[in-house]
Design a protein around this ligand. Structure first.
Ligand SMILES: C[S@@+](CC[C@H](N)C(=O)[O-])C[C@H]1O[C@@H](n2cnc3c(N)ncnc32)[C@H](O)[C@@H]1O
Length: 263
């Protein structure tokens, strides 16, 4: 049985640390460029997580605007609330992406990064996104396709088994490839699609690659057996990566896909 990640306090702290690395800071900068928030706008951040993007959005819409973070995990709601505490234009509510508790046409724009890949009922989530946007409103959606991984290993077959296990942490590890038609069916106009790469061509201890390697190691240790992967195999995979790091032979990349849409 695959097991989706639960965003409890420990997971929330790990996500926050990973999302403060230069790679994910650069991703947020690109997301903000593409969404282009303006002073005075009302913006919804679905699955706001640690609240780093919500904080940037609140700064950019200013005190004449409004930013609402929403997340289903209490630990994440607390983190976003803490980040927004000094900004009266920002708030965070507990909620579910498939059941947004806002009136129709509430927001000028919405953003959801690395969230819909966890949502089993995407038609419903997109119907809700469409409903809460004003006519003409825009949204940015960003998710990872885990088929896009290029990760050097001394044992490709073992790497494939570990990545297959990791796929289970999401409702859909290949959502981006299907997102265009889902968005069109929900009524959106897809204006732009682009790749936001996470690339580590050399090892950096404070990086997305280092964070995701730890996360995959932990996940595979807890869930590998259900996929027929022995604990010794999981450890051998991790030790191989450490050896590649020592030899200066580490290489990792994965692509996020950003969709800019209008209602
Ligand atoms: C990987 S984090 C991304 C956080 C944030 N969007 C960012 O990019 O920094 C995924 C977040 O989505 C939230 N999430 C997952 N499924 C959700 C759902 N169905 N409704 C609301 N939030 C959800 C999780 O609780 C978690 O905070």
């Amino acid at each position: 049985m695959s097991q989706m990640i639960e965003f409890d306090e420990a997971a929330a702290r790990a996500v926050e640390a990973m999302y403060l690395t230069p790679d994910v800071v650069a991703q947020r900068a690109r997301v903000l460029d593409l969404l282009a928030p303006r002073p005075g706008e009302h913006i919804l951040d679905i699955g706001s997580g640690p609240g780093l993007l919500a904080e940037d959005l609140a700064r950019l819409v200013g005190t004449s605007g409004r930013v609402v973070g929403l997340d289903m995990a209490p630990a994440m709601v607390m983190m976003t609330r803490t980040r927004l505490a000094a900004m009266p234009q920002g708030e965070c509510v507990a909620g579910e992406a498939t059941k947004l508790d806002f009136p129709d046409g509430s927001f000028d724009a919405a953003v959801s990064t690395q969230v819909y890949e966890y949502v089993p009922d995407m038609p419903r989530a997109l119907a809700e996104l469409f409903r809460v946007l004003k006519p003409g409103g825009r949204a940015l959606i960003l998710d990872t396709d885990w088929r896009s991984v290029v990760w050097h290993s001394s044992d490709e077959a073992r790497m494939a088994r570990i990545l297959d296990c990791w796929d289970g942490h999401l409702a859909d590890p290949h959502l981006p490839a299907k997102l265009g038609p889902l968005l069109t069916k929900a009524g959106f106009h897809v204006r732009r699609v682009e790749i936001v790469p996470m690339l580590a061509s050399t090892w950096q201890p404070v990086s997305y690659a280092a964070g995701i390697m730890r996360a995959i190691h932990n996940y595979a240790r807890a869930n590998g057996a259900a996929k027929g992967i022995a604990a010794a195999d999981v450890q051998a995979w991790y030790d191989d990566q450490l050896r590649l790091v020592e030899r200066g032979a580490f290489f990792f990349s994965v692509n996020r896909y950003a969709f800019v849409v209008t209602r």
